[in-house]
Design a protein around this ligand. Structure first.
Ligand code: RB5
Length: 153
């Protein structure tokens, strides 16, 4: 694992076929930033099912082998719905940096979801950078995150 910001980071990233191109762009970005990552899911553009990718990727967060995850499908919606079914996962679909910043500050999101058919590589890289560099604010937001955890039980 390498140092990113002030924290040791391991990222797990996965996509379905519709997110594959954007996943490759984000992997380029992670390499440029020397961020270590595990790549899962669809390894080319052939059709695969996003719920299975979400499950495989989120298991790496739940078992502690990765700190944060990035999931990409066509819209980002299906894969975020699937990810949010898994206990301990707070997956946030982001289409801009503001959403990425506040889902970290307020929701302590641990999975970033994006739509490969919705946003371009430049915006997606900026969203990723903001998501990975923003710390949870805690305080009153911790209480609300705890309430989400209660709902899972
Ligand atoms: C695949 O065609 C598409 O349905 C999927 O990538 C995603 O957009 C679902 O929400």
């Amino acid at each position: 694992m390498r140092l990113y910001g002030a924290v040791f980071f391991m990222i797990v990233i996965g996509s379905d076929h519709a997110g594959f191109e954007l996943k490759c762009e984000i992997i380029k970005f992670l390499k440029e930033k020397n961020i270590d990552f595990i790549e899962l899911g669809c390894m080319d553009g052939s059709s695969c099912d996003y719920p299975l990718v979400a499950k495989e990727v989120c298991e790496k967060i739940v078992d502690g082998s990765a700190d944060k995850a990035i999931l990409i499908c066509g819209t980002g919606i299906g894969i975020s719905i699937a990810a949010n079914k898994i206990k301990g996962i707070r997956a946030a679909l982001c289409t801009n940096e503001y959403m990425a910043k506040y889902t970290r500050l307020h929701n302590d999101a641990n999975v970033l979801c994006m739509g490969g058919r919705v946003i371009g590589a430049g915006v997606a890289a900026e969203i990723t950078e903001t998501f990975l560099n923003t710390e949870f604010e805690g305080g009153r937001h911790q209480r609300r995150v705890d309430q989400i955890t209660e709902i899972e039980k």
